[in-house]
Write a protein that binds this ligand. Structure first.
Ligand code: 48H
Length: 252
């Protein structure tokens, strides 16, 4: 019995099964921060074939570090319901609610993992597929290829809808904007918590047929302010992205 061979074979077979099953899906969510994790979880929970990509190995994006690496996050009354829905433990502190950043990341990742979504970590979206003036998928590669600055041609995941949940850099929208001159990126505004937290939801939209932008990326492309370590808007934005994506998928 060669157990070493069996372990390697099991990993290779299982991963290739996952990858092959991800080549044509309903939704690709690029970015596993709070907004992307929530959007992907809801889509997969509804039965849509969903892939979430993150260039890092660990999902969670900016959640873990709370504010300046103090691993506590905040949210306000208007988003309390969504934190109840995901089952997060929190405490009231004046007009704010506070919770463990680690627990929030854990709960969102756990919900996603149980939802049936495919999680491809260590893989990034380096471009989009555009056909007939619609985004039809993402061009993917290993993050290590990017880190090592290697010249390696990518592969593709086809999707009915792509969600840009890449946070401050709004990477997917930027890739598209390089070619589609009608896409104007206004850039992120300076800190204004009350405005920024609401604007991230208002700015969650279908930027281009087949491409939805959410979370911090939604403000980064719309010229709206940042909001610091408060996460209610992020989850509500993920929820709105899920609703828009669902409508798009159903319309095809
Ligand atoms: C694959 C990618 C790619 C790519 C990036 O930044 P995030 O946490 O995203 P959001 O928008 O859900 O949450 C923002 C929040 O964390 C935050 O930063 C806040 C509230 N800031 C306020 C302020 O004032 O600063 O996560 C984005 C994720 C990360 O995990 C990246 O690794 C990943 O996306 N990512 N994955 N392909 N091209 N680009």
């Amino acid at each position: 019995m060669n157990l070493e061979k069996k372990i390697s074979e099991a990993i290779i077979d299982e991963y290739f099964k996952i990858l092959k099953n991800s080549l044509e899906v309903d939704a690709v969510v690029v970015g596993g921060g709070p907004s992307g994790l929530y959007a992907a979880y809801r889509l997969a929970k509804d039965g849509y074939k969903t892939v979430l990509l993150d260039r890092r190995l660990s999902l969670g994006g900016g959640i873990w570090a709370g504010g300046m690496m103090f691993n506590v996050i905040t949210f306000t009354e208007k988003s309390k319901e969504i934190f109840d829905e995901i089952g997060l433990k929190y405490e009231k502190r004046g007009e704010l609610y506070v919770a463990s950043a680690v627990e929030l990341a854990g709960v969102l990742i756990y919900n996603l993992a149980k939802s049936g979504a495919t999680i491809l970590n260590g893989i990034f979206a380096e471009d989009v597929v555009v056909k007939d003036n619609k985004v039809k998928g993402v061009v993917i590669n290993w993050s290590t290829v990017q880190i090592a600055n290697l010249m390696v041609d990518p592969l593709v995941i086809s999707a009915k809808v792509v969600i840009d949940a890449t946070g401050h850099p709004a990477e997917v929208v930027h890739h598209l904007a390089k070619r589609e001159k009608e896409i104007i990126i206004a850039g992120e505004g300076p800190m204004h918590v009350e405005v920024g937290d609401v604007a991230t939801v208002t700015n969650t939209k279908e930027m281009y047929p087949g491409l939805v932008v959410c979370g911090m990326a939604a403000n980064a492309v719309s010229g709206a302010p940042r909001m610091g370590p408060t996460f209610g808007g992020m989850l509500l934005s993920g929820k709105k992205a899920y609703e828009i994506a669902k409508e798009r998928i159903e319309s095809i």
